[in-house]
Design a protein around this ligand. Sequence first.
Ligand code: ZN
Length: 171
Amino acid sequence: MNSRVLARQVYRRSRTPEQRLLAKLRHNGECLEFIGCRTPLGYGRISVGGETIYAHHLAYELAHGSIPNGHIIMHTCDNPSCCNAKHLVAGTHKENTHDSMRKGRWNTPRRIADRRAHQGANATRILDRADIEEIRNLKSDGYSCRQIAQRFGVGHNTIWRVVTKQSYREW
Ligand SMILES: [Zn+2]
C-alpha cells in the first residue's frame, strides 16, 4: 500500500464521527445539509464504528443524547438531509405519520405518477410494499380512504381494496 493511501486511512480513523459529520455539512438557509452519501430520499448516511447510520441520527445524538427507545427522529424543517440539531426532534412513528398528514408533506403522488408513466398503460402494481403497509397503518390510525387516496394520488376505491385486502392480499 502506498504511503499516501495509508496516511489518508490513518487520518480518516483519527477523526471522530463528529468531525467527519461537521466536515460534510453545508449551510442552506437555517438548515445544515449533509452533502456526503445520501439515500434516494435524501437522508445522509455516515459510517460510525463500522456501521452505517443516518447522519441526522448522529447529529441528534451528539446534541441531545441517545435516541429514546422506539422513537424516530423527525425533521421540523422537512429537509431530509438537514443535520441541524435544532431541526431534529424525537417522536414515535405514529406522531411522524400524523405530522406528515397534517402538513401534506408527502411526495408520494409524484412518485406514483412517475411509476405510472414508467410502466405505461399496463401498470398493475402502482403501489409498492411500503405503500401498502403505510395505507393499512393509516387506516388503522383512523384516516378515511378518501384522505389516504389524496395522499397517494390514487382513487379511494383503490385504497378501499388495499385496506380490505381485496388487492395486494399477499402483503
Ligand atoms: Zn433543517
